[in-house]
Write a protein that binds this ligand. Structure first.
Ligand SMILES: [Zn+2]
Length: 301
């Protein structure tokens, strides 16, 4: 690696930082060697976090002349890698100001924040650090290569890519929904109840199933004889199980794939294909065009 911290000066956004890192290091192996990268970018050390109730931390000063990343002991590799990416984000994003004197402390919840209310400065920093971590661990150009090779979305591919990129299945599902050219959503289920929902808000319709409610009846989730860790078939479902279909409009096709996991968890993939009458089709084009334009923008970033 030969990237220097000063190569990243004057760049404040997670997207800008990651584009620059990828430009300087076009041949980063997978999984991205996040510890090595952090040390290369002047993090002094990655040490054990001893503060109870937190997942990660960063010891630094306001001008970021030094940085020590702290990670909770005993967490699995994907979680550890995501936390390091997150703290590296705090270290590199210039306008992130530590809470107390010279320290960031980040909880499990902080590491999951994906959006912040207007004016909530602290939450905004967490959102940006998470975005940085996702982007650097799962660089969109590398995801796109994988999608090109296997264009048909599946939970099998989500799991395979999670392994390949060294991230959790859930983190991969989130990036997958965001960057896969198909219109997808992922539902995290815990003990039969709908939990976190990941979908690209611009492309996937609003998911009506509400949090903490049971998975809707009629879902493949209730199919018998499913084995833990083995994804079901991908099968068509009635779309209004999950999404809002306005009266009088032709319903789009919606497919589902379910995989039961350990400890009462399950992951559901929803795949939404628009109805194929003419009007819908032209709209489909504009959705796709918009998506392409967005990807173009990102490439130029
Ligand atoms: Zn944080």
């Amino acid at each position: 690696m030969d990237i220097l911290r000063m190569d990243l000066a004057d760049t404040g956004s997670p997207e800008g930082l990651v584009s620059l890192i990828l430009k300087h290091e076009p041949n980063l192996p997978l999984p991205v060697p996040i510890e090595k990268l952090a040390l290369q970018l002047e993090v002094e050390e990655i040490a054990e976090l001893r503060t109870e109730g937190f997942e990660g931390g960063l010891i630094t000063d306001t001008i970021r002349s030094r940085g020590i990343i702290l990670v909770k002991k005993g967490v699995n590799q994907p979680r550890r890698r995501f936390t390091i990416g997150h703290e590296l984000g705090h270290f590199l994003i210039a306008n992130h100001i530590p809470d107390k004197d010279g320290q960031f402390l980040c909880s499990r919840e902080d590491l999951r924040v994906l959006s912040a209310k207007e004016g909530d400065r602290r939450a905004k920093m967490e959102v940006e650090a998470n975005r940085f971590s996702s982007l650097i661990l799962m660089p969109p150009p590398r995801l796109r290569e994988a999608f090109k090779k296997h264009p048909s979305p599946s939970l099998e591919q989500v799991f395979q890519l999670a392994d390949q990129f060294g991230v959790s299945k859930e983190a991969m599902a989130r990036a997958y929904a965001e960057y896969h050219p198909e219109s997808l959503a992922f539902i995290v289920v815990k003990d039969g109840k709908v939990g976190r929902v990941y979908h690209n808000r611009k492309r996937f319709p609003f998911v009506v199933a509400s949090r903490n409610r049971s998975v809707p009846h009629g879902s493949l989730f209730y199919q018998r004889n499913m084995r833990i860790g083995v994804p079901s078939e991908i099968d068509g479902r009635l779309p209004d199980l999950w999404i809002d279909v306005p009266r009088g409009q032709r319903a789009p096709a919606l497919s589902e794939q379910v995989c039961l996991q350990n400890n009462g968890f399950a992951l559901i993939m929803l795949w939404h294909e628009r109805a194929e009458d003419e009007e819908e089709e032209s709209e489909d084009m504009t959705t796709r065009d918009r998506w392409r334009a967005q990807q173009e923008l990102y490439r130029r970033d």
